[in-house]
Design a protein around this ligand. Structure first.
Ligand SMILES: [Zn+2]
Length: 216
């Protein structure tokens, strides 16, 4: 999980919501559509560097959805609140027919403030550790373990599909460290923390950063 620093919401989204009057109310279910919805979706993808808010895989507008961190069922007033919106992958199974098995569609309406590690919390990355085999695990800090364990389970972040994808990403990153000095590897770590020149993060960069920081 990588921290998402929220930007200001798109101006067109603000203007559209400001049209509310006695006869018309903006509504996620009834009238949130083009052009506002894709504008918001694109803004979320951009601020996340085109990786899933939960698992960190590459996402596009076609292969993602707008996710409510705090679900609409419990927090209807936050349905169109930009600070509650993030972009999740579709979390599809590898076996056909594709059904949702991880991330936003697996989480569904779950949210517990004390037990969910939120990608909007600056320290969210400290809740998890990773292995070279691509597993995500709770950190050793006992104060963080309950939330980490619950979040991994509720979002299904440790399923084989994600472990395998993570391992491939970690292996590729480790290959790139061949022959590099400690200082050069630290520079690589810094690079994985930043957007590249096309505004993207490397998929699974949180796992890669953890491995590079802890294995050298
Ligand atoms: Zn995901």
């Amino acid at each position: 999980m990588k921290y998402i620093k929220k930007n200001r919401e798109p101006g067109q989204f603000t203007s559209w919501k400001a049209l509310a009057n006695d006869y018309w109310q903006p509504s996620w279910d009834n009238n949130f559509q083009a052009p506002e919805k894709p504008i918001v979706h694109d803004a979320l993808l951009k601020e996340q560097g085109f990786i899933c808010c939960y698992c960190g895989m590459r996402i596009t507008r076609q292969a993602s959805h707008i996710e409510h961190l705090k679900p609409r069922s419990q927090y209807p007033s936050l349905a169109l609140e930009y600070t509650n919106l993030i972009a999740s992958c579709q979390g599809e199974s590898e076996e056909p027919p594709p059904i949702p098995v991880h991330c936003g569609h697996e989480k569904k309406y779950w949210y517990e403030a004390k037990l969910m590690v939120s990608p909007l919390e600056p320290n969210c990355e400290a809740f998890f550790k990773y292995t070279g085999a691509g597993e995500i695990q709770p950190t050793d800090d006992p104060l963080k373990q309950d939330a980490a364990i619950t979040t991994i389970e509720k979002l299904a972040l440790n399923i084989d599909k994600l472990k395998n994808m993570r391992k491939l990403a970690i292996d590729a990153a480790l290959d790139a460290t061949q022959g590099l000095s400690y200082e050069e590897i630290q520079k690589l770590v810094q690079g994985y923390n930043e957007l590249n020149n096309t505004g993207e993060y490397t998929p699974f960069c949180a796992a890669i950063i953890y491995i590079l920081k802890n294995y050298f």
